[in-house]
Design a protein around this ligand. Sequence first.
Ligand SMILES: Nc1ncnc2c1ncn2[C@@H]1O[C@H](COP(=O)(O)OP(=O)(O)OP(=O)(O)O)[C@@H](O)[C@H]1O
Length: 284
Amino acid sequence: MSTALRIQKLNKHFANGKHALRDINLTVQRGEMVALIGASGSGKSTLLRHVAGLVVADSASDSLIEVDGRCVQQGGRIHRDIRQVRSQVGFVFQQFNLVDRLPVLMNVLVGLLHRTPRWRGWLRMFKPHERALALEALARVGIADCHAQRASTLSGGQQQRAAIARTLVQGAKVVLADEPIASLDPESSRKVMDILARINREDGSTVIVSLHQVDVAIKYCPRVVALHQGRVVYDGPSAALTPDLLRALYGVQADEILVGASPLAAAPAAQPANGWMPPLAQVA
Ligand SMILES: Nc1ncnc2c1ncn2[C@@H]1O[C@H](COP(=O)(O)OP(=O)(O)OP(=O)(O)O)[C@@H](O)[C@H]1O
């Protein structure tokens, strides 16, 4: 088994002095599906954005972030080959990040820009086989019939599925999904989570998804990393995350992530790509 993500000694202070990430050490193996949970403000988005190289860690530190053995950033400096690393990392945002006025197909083709000559990208000149690839990705997420519509005309759930299709054409080995279901209804949320689980299972992609709801994390992800005030307070099997343990880890904040059984939690859980279960490791 090889390592998809390695984070060492990651600390982040924002300009306003907020210490958002505290000594994060985390390793994720290829093919894992990992949930990142924690109350609002615990650092989930900040952590994922560091992995994508969108935010830099504290300077003059020993921090290191690698994806698939390639350096994203070290000691608070983004690596000079970041474009190459980014081409391996798909990012799914809570608010979809599609270009509203462009057709869905064109939005998905954006995933190919990293391996398309710039002039072709600017002119939006994609080849027939590239369009076929995008259509295939849209079919996989169940919205091929919407390919010609403007992105703004899709429902939130459909837009999120288009955003996932974009990571499929990108050929991302690692998919980072930052609260992808936070603004969706339960049915759309289920479809989006099912698709992420399928990508993990069928393509062997590593999926790291931040979630507010612990029940959804337990249903879909064999491994959970829990953050509290910028620290990893739990890293282990989701099955071991009992309400009592969550209350011990989070105190009164546990109620924020301990939602009752949602419709998403009722269906059978998806199987992970590699069935890997990390050892239970609690960090004080
Ligand atoms: N650009 C910024 N400048 C200053 N503080 C920031 C900035 N971005 C995030 N923070 C702070 O860092 C902390 C972690 O924020 P982050 O968005 O990572 O949390 P989160 O767990 O993703 O929260 P949510 O679930 O509400 O999205 C919060 O206290 C937040 O206010």
